[in-house]
Ligand binder design. Structure first.
Ligand code: UDP
Length: 361
């Protein structure tokens, strides 16, 4: 038997863990050669940022909930390292599995590496090459202490090789979020909180520190929304909402802020919108999965293949309208048929590789 301790803590990790956990249960239960112990650090804790994903996506109840959130990066990450180490001492797993690029990812990777427990990193090799981003630090550090790195794209694999990570540690398997997008699309549902019938709308999400923590940028984004031709529906991240109210920024009439939505509701919004406007990593790809053009409010992206293909444009808020016009004047549909992120069987590939490498101790 292989004992895995999986560390999760933030919304995108719940979605990735749901895809992996489903394959684990479907393929290998009841004579299960893999035992997964789920550790929720508590990084995201509001019911609509955490519990709703466990309930809706039927993620097993975490075995440990560390209840750690808020504070500075050092404070949060430090507390997580202390508590995760205690779990690892108690559970003595064969491997530790971490996802993505959050403080929970970093804490899990550091705790395991100091105890010489092999680390498996899912979504390895992504780079923005912007070291100001907290996520960039987290992912670089996690990659370099990981033993098995599951990269989602060719570019991500190349980034790892360029940093000197041996070929044998890298395994390119596609994007686990594509598995989730394919599987859950048929269950998509209109958000309960969306009372109005709106025929045409943009989907907007904003939560990156580079936008929320820069008052001029945040105001410019909100102002730019007023110039767009349709309504925008924005499931608002708690941090963004807090910044908007602290800065007293008035929201234009065509911008509808709603509570963060569940994943199935998010998929409905992605499938139903005209275009996606976002600074999220995951949402950029989901726009592609659901055949929607994407305008990304950032200076760079880790998902460069979408920009190369022409279905995603990096834009400043001031240029949002012209970027939209440029995008909408093109016929993009045929581009969405490209295979950029694997075939929707990433979770299975990950599980098979883990079994191959770790099943016999
Ligand atoms: N998401 C969601 N509800 C929301 C906003 C986002 O379910 O109200 C999902 C989204 O579909 C994607 C994931 O959360 O799967 C992305 O998370 P986020 O944008 O918070 O993080 P990032 O991908 O930028 O790390």
């Amino acid at each position: 038997m292989i004992k895995i301790v999986t560390i999760i803590g933030a919304r995108p990790q719940f979605i990735k863990a749901a895809a992996f956990s489903r394959v684990l249960r479907e393929k290998y239960d009841p004579a299960n050669p893999v035992k997964e112990i789920l550790v929720h650090t508590g990084q995201h804790f509001d019911s609509n940022m955490s519990k709703v994903f466990f309930d809706e996506l039927r993620i097993p109840e975490p075995d440990y909930n560390l209840g750690i959130h808020g504070g500075s990066h050092g404070d949060m990450t430090g507390k997580m390292i202390i508590e995760i180490e205690k779990v690892l001492f108690k559970e003595t797993p064969d491997i530790v599995l971490v996802y993505g690029d959050t403080n929970s990812t970093l804490a899990g990777a550091i705790s395991a590496s100091k105890l010489n427990i092999p680390i498996v990193h899912v979504e390895a090799g992504l780079r923005s090459f912007n070291r100001v981003m907290p996520e960039e630090i987290n992912r670089v550090m996690a990659d370099h202490v990981s033993d098995l790195l599951f990269s989602p794209t060719k570019t991500a694999s190349k980034n790892l090789q360029n940093e000197g990570i041996e070929h044998g540690r890298i395994c390119e398997v596609g994007d686990i979020m594509y598995d989730a997008a394919l599987y859950y699309k048929k269950l998509a549902k209109k958000p309960d909180s969306l009372k109005l019938e709106i025929e045409k709308f943009f989907l907007l999400t904003i939560h990156r520190a580079e936008n929320t923590d820069n008052p001029a940028k945040l105001s410019a984004i909100i102002e730019a929304c007023a110039k767009l031709p349709y309504h925008l529906i924005c499931p608002i991240h708690p941090r963004t909402l807090q910044k908007l109210s602290a800065l007293n920024i008035t929201v234009p009439d065509n911008l509808m802020l709603i509570e963060p939505v569940s994943y199935l509701e998010m998929v409905w919004l992605e499938v139903s919108c005209e275009a996606v406007i976002t600074d999220s990593g995951g949402v950029q790809k989901e726009a592609f999965f659901h055949h929607k053009p994407c305008l990304t409010l950032r200076e760079e992206t880790e998902w460069v293949e979408l920009c190369d293909l022409g279905v995603n444009i990096l834009t400043r808020a001031e240029d949002l309208y012209t970027s939209y016009i440029k995008m909408s004047s093109q016929s993009l549909e045929h581009l969405f048929e490209q295979t950029l992120y694997g075939y929707g069987n990433t979770a299975e590939l990950i599980l098979n590789e883990i079994l191959k490498r770790y099943a016999n101790g």
